[in-house]
Write a protein that binds this ligand. Sequence first.
Ligand code: NAD
Ligand code: TYD
Length: 335
Amino acid sequence: MKLLITGGAGFIGSNFIRHILKNYQEDSIINFDKLTYAGNLENLKEIESDKRYSFIKGDVTDVNAVKDACKGVDAVIHFAAESHVDRSIHSGHEFIHTNVFGTQVIIDVVHELKIPKMILISTDEVYGDIESPNKSKDGDAFKPSNPYSASKAGAESLAIAAHRTHEVPIMITRSTNNYGFYHFPEKLLPLFITNLLDNKKVPLYDGGTQIRDWLYVEDNCKAVDLVLRKGSIGEAYDIAPENDPEVTNGEITKMILAILNKGEDMIEPVEGLRPGHDQRYAVDSSKIRSLGWKPSVSLKQGLEQTIQWYQDNRVWWENVKTGDYQEYYKKHYGN
Ligand code: NAD
Ligand code: TYD
């Protein structure tokens, strides 16, 4: 298959490209990415000279650029997005432009060029938070809580409408919080790991009682791959390891501290940086499991491998934590 990946220079997209090139000799990939602050071609260094891979610097909101890039492809996998909740709280504008308008552009091009398949990469956050012990499932109403999740819910609504109205061949995946290699260090886990490797404290929001269902990125890539090859057009698949017991932010922070041999005095409790903070996400993953998917690593194994990767790849994250990153850090966290 010839695949067009949007946002392939980001965290999950770059892991997905590596996954496909490693597992399918006959597939080729075009990576279409604007290279925003979150896009980094260093994430793809080891495969950049692979003849099956090519890169186009482009914006998903630019219809002509998207159309040119999509000619002759068998499927579009749309990862590109503004993805950080905290940034969306500072300003939602880019989130709406890229995540909503950009998704409509991709849908229109898939429709016009009659591309056989499109996958929209969405998130469990569209459901909003859900009280324990309930789980959100496909078909439940969207109740997003912040501009990021609202923009993703908007993108999903457009995809669902395009499938119904124009029979655009779309599938959707909604995964829980990913973690793993090449994760931009503004999100909880890579921020905390890299701060601790630098002997800096970690800013734990709102008492650390919130629950996320941490998914190893390679397991998400395998699930998206399965949807690409075996999924049914028009369906949406919730992807979650369903970690049992569930883990709070405070608990996962303590797991990281234990692996790195650091004390709890490294936790800096902070309040008020995440207004509208969702308390708990939990989704039912039975539909993707019925296609044969299950997670391959436990949270403890995945965390150990991830922390080892950040220890071995200091140059990668030191290069990321410069310039614009430092300005954002100061603006958001103060001193
Ligand atoms: P990321 O922020 O690491 O990467 C986003 C990529 O999109 C970057 O390479 C960026 O340059 C590119 N991009 C942004 N705007 C663009 C535009 N206008 N045109 C072209 N490219 C553009 O994000 P991620 O964590 O890899 O997330 C990928 C997708 O998965 C997103 O759609 C996100 O909503 C979804 N998702 C992420 C998680 C998670 O835990 N990270 C969980 C569920 C769903
Ligand atoms: P994040 O990684 O931003 O992902 P999301 O908001 O999409 O779930 O945050 C995960 C959780 O960690 C969330 O409950 C907010 C919390 N958090 C902190 O406690 N401190 C931080 O510095 C960050 C970035 C997040």
